[in-house]
Design a protein around this ligand. Structure first.
Ligand SMILES: NC(=O)c1ccc[n+]([C@@H]2O[C@H](COP(=O)([O-])OP(=O)(O)OC[C@H]3O[C@@H](n4cnc5c(N)ncnc54)[C@H](O)[C@@H]3O)[C@@H](O)[C@H]2O)c1
Length: 248
């Protein structure tokens, strides 16, 4: 029970890694608000999580993450409903593989809007209440592509390098208020995001992983539990790679 009595808000938690993070937080005693892009998906995620344990304190919200006002309002609602916000996980993200010469500027903007701007809105809204509280933990989801980029789909690594920049800088700015800011950088993970890629693209990726397997969402969720807990009380400004040792 590493997160007993903690209150957490997780974006992109209707499936994939966000849902796994929600599950492990609940198993560790936290109250968890899961955000999905739609009411239906958020409430479905709550229902799924409650199947494991009816007593799990899990609730759904579906803010428009492109709106700083809505993100702020959601954080304020959490504080009103549950008394505080201890942990903010900015996890929602979208992947992109289009070759640069074919990229419509609107596609580039769409990736940056969700993967960078909404992460900033989440960090800012959480930091406002965490500063008042004198404590809090922010975890952002980066990616292994923030090490060396990727050969096609430049918006995605550009967005994740930006997430690292936000994370490291905010750790420096917010540490004085008792707020720790870190990121997890997953490798090739077994979620819808990767399953949607052609098999011919997935197999060479798996072969390039020293551990010769894709990561499971729970692999990342466990690192998030650590980062959110007091076990990591002096860890801030770090990008923790969870990628089976992958170097490309
Ligand atoms: N799957 C991987 O291999 C991998 C690797 C590295 C990093 N990541 C990152 O991990 C995070 C989660 O990815 P995943 O693999 O679980 O993806 P996923 O596609 O399974 O889930 C993405 C989540 O983000 C939410 N989302 C997507 N667009 C949204 C929008 N416009 N507004 C609000 N919510 C939206 C979805 O509802 C969903 O809950 C992302 O930030 C992604 O970039 C994934």
């Amino acid at each position: 029970m590493l997160l007993k009595d903690k209150v957490a808000l997780i974006t992109g938690a209707s499936r994939g890694m966000g849902a796994a993070i929600a599950r492990e937080f609940l198993r560790n005693g936290a109250t968890v608000v899961v955000c999905g892009s739609r009411e239906e998906s958020a409430l479905k995620a709550v229902e799924e999580l409650k199947k494991e344990d009816e007593s799990f304190k899990v609730y759904g919200k579906w803010p428009d993450l492109s709106s700083p006002e809505e993100v702020s309002k959601t954080v304020e609602e959490v504080v009103k409903e549950f008394g505080k916000l201890d942990i903010m996980v900015n996890n929602a993200g979208v992947s992109e593989k289009t070759p640069t010469l074919e990229v419509d500027p609107n596609l580039f903007k769409k990736v940056i809007d969700l993967n960078v701007n909404s992460v900033f809105y989440g960090c800012q809204a959480a930091a406002r209440v965490m500063k008042e509280q004198g404590q809090g933990v922010i975890i952002n989801t980066s990616s292994m592509v923030s090490k060396n980029g990727q050969p096609s789909g430049v918006a995605y690594p550009a967005s994740k390098f930006a997430v690292n920049g936000l994370t490291i800088s905010l750790a420096r700015e917010l540490g004085q208020y008792g707020i720790r800011v870190n990121a997890v950088a997953p490798g090739v993970m077994n979620t819808d995001m990767v399953k949607s890629l052609p098999e011919a693209m997935i197999q060479p990726l798996v072969q390039a992983i020293p551990m010769k397997r894709m990561g499971e969402p729970v692999d990342v969720a466990m690192v998030c539990v650590f980062l959110a807990s007091d076990l990591a009380s002096y860890v801030s400004g770090d990008i923790i790679h969870v990628d089976g040792g992958m170097t490309v």
